[in-house]
Each structure stands twice: as structure tokens, then as C-alpha cells.
Design a protein around this ligand. Structure first.
Ligand SMILES: [Zn+2]
Length: 598
């Protein structure tokens, strides 16, 4: 047991629509498995995120509906908060980027970078409409992506390859308002001097040996081509630039990506302010012993392994130009950037517009959250792109959760409830009994080591292998044949129940809802596994109301160790923990989503 401070920084879901299961397989479930494990192991976890609400796609959605961008953000923020809570994601604070606190923290980081000379003004080419002479915001310019050749790239970003663009980069740019070719005139912006961090970023990445090799190699390769990047954009929706003559301008804002990553810090500060100890965030951001793990899909690596560390280094005064920390003091860089690959669906890339999509809320209406969490952990895109198919989802659920883990729980507790009515008193244990218990209790070491290093797929496979051992033990010992030898039968059932208690601990980070049920089926009282809750709060600075996700996770009893069961604890006939899925669901779901298109 240790009590390290661990920041779990979870990628911010973008609030232009509901999130699908591909999104939550990248940032959501892995970050929660990690946090729940670390809390069970006795560490002090702060898990933060929120909805990312600035930037062009929100304004495009708002324009399409004829409403303001805040209305779009408010609606999707509420949907996303509901979805992530339904999945049991245990955020200490899930907030949003349109809070007054977030704007203030983002502006402080900008000013700290400016003070140390790492942002500088530069004249660049900005688009105007030739017919009206007015600035054309990035979102109103479309063209062909110069990097991947995609036709519908926007002035700030290509949605196909995910690269950040400038309008002047687009091939054949056109105005979306009237189809004319924009004219490019000089426009002043602020740039982040990324080349000034090449050495510091290289030194830092050189010490990050434990990262997933694909993430580390990708991050190191980014350093070969560092160019200054525009910190500000031509857009009217976002955080204002905190400088005289700039603050009031309606056509310039901080670029959405440069404020979104500051969200990890601003959410930590908001969390601290809400606890009544406004300085509490510093234990996760400034203690040399604290660790920070960032979770995301692979399309976001550049912002977490290059841009955000550069912002932190610059704020601390740690780039080529030196400098001193801003008013918050020096801030910790990420310990690890934990990136997943992509989940596809039935062999296709997820696409909301082509309806190749399974939204989280639709999924949770028909299936248990833990069934999806299990699939993501055991078959998700941890190291390579993987495919979600309904047939495989059903197979995993039925063969592994229901027939493997659920059956072990059900038949052992049923037999003990029927024959004894309580956890039986064991006699002398045999070698077979002791072997099983040493396997199940020993697994806390092996599975915990894997979880601490974010090898989650190996971790759940090892936990399920142990479940298999317990099932085999039960079949070999066949307590149902021991009617004539109740003393031996009771020893076998006691051993099986202790093994279940251990396996339930091992599986708790992955299956937090089932873990609470199994705890109760074993006669446990109170809360084993705490679930997040939605709380309606008011903005700490401007009084606006919004929902947050939070929870009192330290009140749960879940610990990362073998906990002895107590003979004599009353047991009732169990209800099934998992639901077997009928073969017909595969065809139903394929009809609902499958072919895409119509
Ligand atoms: Zn592209």
C-alpha cells in the first residue's frame, strides 16, 4: 500500500454531439479502470475532465440550427454527462470549458508563456471575403486538405486526418457563405514557439521508457518537424486573448486545442475550489512525487505529448529561452501519455454522418454498462485498431461473463445458500484448496502490476484466467457429490467463496457495477464499489448552472488485496449478475445500424 498522488487526466469529449462507443473505448473506460485500481491500491487519485465546448465544429452545428453555440454546448454537455455517469466513469470532477474558471486559467497560461517569450506575434495570411471585405472565420472556408487530399477540410482543421491547418494551406479554398474564393490579407496572430522546446521535449521523452512503444515512437518522431503554431485563430467563439487591444476583439480567440488541454489544470483547480481547500490541486500538480497519466485516442497524441508539455515547459520557464514560472508556480509534466488505437464497427470506421455508429446512450438502454466495459477491456483497441462486432460482443458476454464469471458466482453461492444458508465453516484445507487460494490471492500482485503499467488487456486476461482456475477447482471437487461428507463439502464451498471474493476484487476496476452485486451476494454490507453521481452546481464565478460528475470514492470498501470472508455470514439464493444475450440481438442490431447509409 502506498499513498501516491495520481492525476488521471482524461481527454475532453467534444460537445458537438453525443459520444459513441468508439470514443469511450479510447479515453473513457481505460482511464476509469486505472483510477479505480489506483484507489483500491491506496493511492490518492484525482480524475478530471469535462466537455470541450469551443472551436469550429460547435459553431458550425450552431449555424446549421440557427441557435447560439452555447445552446449546442449546453445540450450536448448534459447528454455526455449522463452517458459517462451511466458507464460508471468515476470522475472526481467532470466539468466543461465554458466556465469562468477555465477561461481565467487558460489566460494565465497564455500570459505566463508570453512573459517568458514563448508566444510571439506574427503576421500571417488571413482570409477575407472579396465582396464584403470582412474577415472570414476559419470555419467558413473549405477546401482540399494539403496533407491527406480530403475534400471537405476546414480552414482550421481536417476532420479526415486530424491535422491542424491554416486557411491559406487549403487547396482550392472556397467560402462556404457564397462560394467565392477568399482573398488572403495580412492578419496578426500569436504563435507558440514550439522549436524552442525541441531540446526540452526530447530530454523529457528520453526519460519516458515505460510508455507504450507505439505512443513513445510517435511522440519522438513529432520532434523532427517542430514549427511555431498559431495560438490564436480567426473565430468569434472561444476564450478571449488577455491583452490590451485584443481582449475586446470579436474576431480573435485562443485556438480551441490550446485551451482544451489547459482543462486538466483548470478542472483540478475547480475541483479544489469546490472542496473548500482552494490550494488542494497543488498536491497533484507540484509535488515531485505526484504522477499524472493522460488517457486518449491516438488522434490526440500530438496535443498531449507535444503541445501541452510545451505549454507547461514554457509556463515553467523550461524551454531554450529560460524564464521563471508564472503565478501558479512550476507545474508537473505528464508521467505517461496513455493512448489507445481506434475501435471500428463491423469493419467500418465510426461515422455519425454515415450512421456507422453506436451511441453510448443507445447502448446503455439495451445492455449493461459492465458488458461494454468488459468488451472494451478484453477486446478493445489498447495496442492496435480492433473491431467491434455484435456477434463478438454477444460471444464475449455469454461465454466469458455469463458462463465463466457469472456461473462461478451463481453456482457456488447457490449451493452454499441451499445447504448451509451462510458462508460455511471450513475444516482442514487440502492441498487443492490451498493451491486455489494461493492463486487467487497471489493474483493481486500480478494483475496489479499490469494495471499499474496500463497493460489492461493482459490484466483482465490474467484475472479471467484465475476465474477459470476457480471454475476448474469447483468442477474437480464437485461439492454437489459430497452429500455424504458435509464437512468436506463445506470446506470446498468455503474455498470457492473465498476465491470468488478474491476474483471480485481483481475484477472490480473493470466491472464496478457487478462488483457491488457480488459483494452483496457474498453477504457484504454497505458500499464496495462507489458509482459516480451527477450534481447540479453553479459556476463559481458567474453563477451559471450546469451539471458535473463527481463522487465520494473514498467511502467505498474496495481494496486491492485478498479480504477474508467470514464463516457464518448469512447467504441468500443469488440472482444472476449478468444477462445472457439471445442470438437474435445480433441481427436486430445489424438491422438498426449495420449497413450504414440508409
Ligand atoms: Zn487531411
Amino acid at each position: 500500500m502506498s499513498d501516491r498522488h495520481i492525476l488521471t487526466a482524461v481527454a475532453w469529449p467534444y460537445a458537438n454531439g453525443p459520444r459513441h462507443i468508439g470514443h469511450v473505448s479510447g479515453f473513457g473506460v481505460p482511464s476509469d479502470v486505472f483510477s479505480r485500481y489506483q484507489r483500491m491500491a491506496g493511492n490518492k487519485v484525482l480524475m478530471v475532465s469535462g466537455t470541450d465546448e469551443h472551436g469550429t465544429p460547435i459553431t458550425v452545428a450552431a449555424d446549421a440550427e440557427g441557435v447560439g453555440p452555447q445552446e449546442i454546448a449546453d445540450r450536448n454537455n448534459r447528454i455526455i454527462v449522463g452517458d459517462l455517469t451511466g458507464l460508471g466513469l468515476s470522475y472526481d470532477l467532470f466539468t466543461r470549458t465554458t466556465t469562468a474558471n477555465h477561461a481565467a486559467v487558460s489566460q494565465e497560461i497564455f500570459l505566463g508563456l508570453l512573459k517568458n517569450g514563448y508566444v510571439f506575434p506574427q503576421t500571417t495570411l488571413g482570409a477575407i471575403s472579396p465582396s464584403t471585405g470582412r474577415t472570414l472565420p476559419d470555419r467558413y472556408i473549405e477546401g482540399t486538405c494539403p496533407i491527406c487530399g480530403y475534400d471537405g477540410a476546414r480552414g482550421d482543421q481536417c476532420d479526415n486526418c486530424g491535422n491542424q491547418l491554416d486557411p491559406v494551406d487549403l487547396i482550392n479554398p472556397v467560402s462556404k457563405i457564397n462560394g467565392e474564393t477568399p482573398k488572403f490579407v495580412e492578419s496578426e496572430h500569436w504563435f507558440l514557439d514550439l522549436p524552442a522546446f525541441a531540446k526540452a521535449l526530447g530530454d523529457w521523452l528520453g526519460t519516458r521508457k515505460s510508455w507504450r512503444p507505439n505512443v513513445l515512437n510517435f511522440s519522438i518522431n513529432l520532434l523532427a518537424d517542430l514549427k511555431p503554431r498559431s495560438y490564436t485563430r480567426d473565430i468569434d467563439w472561444g476564450i478571449r486573448i488577455p491583452l490590451p487591444d485584443w481582449r475586446e476583439r470579436d474576431d480573435k480567440r485562443i485556438y480551441v486545442w490550446f485551451d482544451a488541454v489547459v482543462g486538466y489544470l483548470s478542472a483540478s483547480i475547480e475541483w479544489a475550489r469546490r472542496t473548500g481547500d482552494a490550494e488542494a490541486w497543488r498536491q497533484w500538480w507540484q509535488s515531485p512525487d505526484a504522477d499524472a497519466y493522460y488517457f486518449m485516442g491516438k488522434d490526440n497524441i500530438v496535443f498531449h505529448a507535444e503541445i501541452w508539455p510545451a505549454q507547461l515547459l514554457g509556463y515553467n520557464g523550461g524551454g531554450d529561452k529560460g524564464g521563471t514560472p508564472g503565478s501558479y508556480g512550476a507545474l508537473n509534466l505528464p508521467t505517461e501519455v496513455v493512448s489507445s488505437e481506434f475501435l471500428t464497427m463491423e469493419g467500418k470506421k465510426f461515422s455519425s454522418s454515415r450512421r456507422v455508429v453506436i451511441y453510448v446512450r443507445d447502448f446503455l438502454e439495451r445492455y449493461d454498462a459492465d458488458a461494454l466495459r468488459y468488451f472494451i477491456a478484453v477486446a478493445g483497441p489498447e495496442n492496435q485498431d480492433t473491431d467491434f462486432t455484435w456477434a463478438e460482443f454477444r460471444r464475449r458476454n455469454n461465454d466469458e461473463l455469463v458462463a465463466g464469471w457469472g456461473n462461478l458466482v451463481n453456482r457456488s453461492i447457490s449451493m452454499a445458500a441451499k445447504n448451509v444458508g451462510a458462508v460455511p465453516q471450513p475444516g482442514d484445507l487440502t492441498d487443492a484448496d490451498r493451491d486455489l487460494l494461493s492463486t487467487t490471492s497471489g493474483a493481486f500482485g500480478t494483475v496489479g502490476d499490469l494495471l499499474g503499467r496500463n497493460r489492461q488487456k493482459a490484466a483482465i486476461n490474467e484475472a479471467m484466467r484465475v476465474v477459470g482456475e476457480a471454475n476448474k477447482y469447483l468442477s474437480d471437487q464437485a461439492p454437489w457429490k459430497l452429500k455424504e461428507d458435509p464437512a468436506r463439502r463445506d470446506s470446498v464451498l468455503f474455498t470457492a467463496l473465498q476465491a470468488i471474493k478474491d476474483c471480485n476484487g481483481l475484477l472490480s476496476p473493470f466491472l464496478p457495477h457487478a462488483a457491488q452485486q457480488v459483494h452483496e451476494l457474498l453477504g457484504g454490507e454497505g458500499t464496495w464499489s462507489v458509482q459516480p453521481r451527477i450534481e447540479e452546481v453553479t459556476d463559481l464565478d458567474d453563477g451559471r448552472g450546469y451539471p458535473i460528475i463527481t463522487g465520494d470514492y473514498e467511502t467505498g470498501q474496495a481494496v486491492w488485496a485478498s479480504v477474508p470472508i467470514t464463516p457464518g455470514t448469512p447467504l441468500a439464493t443469488p440472482t444472476p449478475v449478468f444477462t445472457k444475450l439471445d442470438e437474435s440481438i445480433v441481427e436486430e442490431e445489424l438491422r438498426r445500424f449495420g449497413e450504414g447509409g440508409e
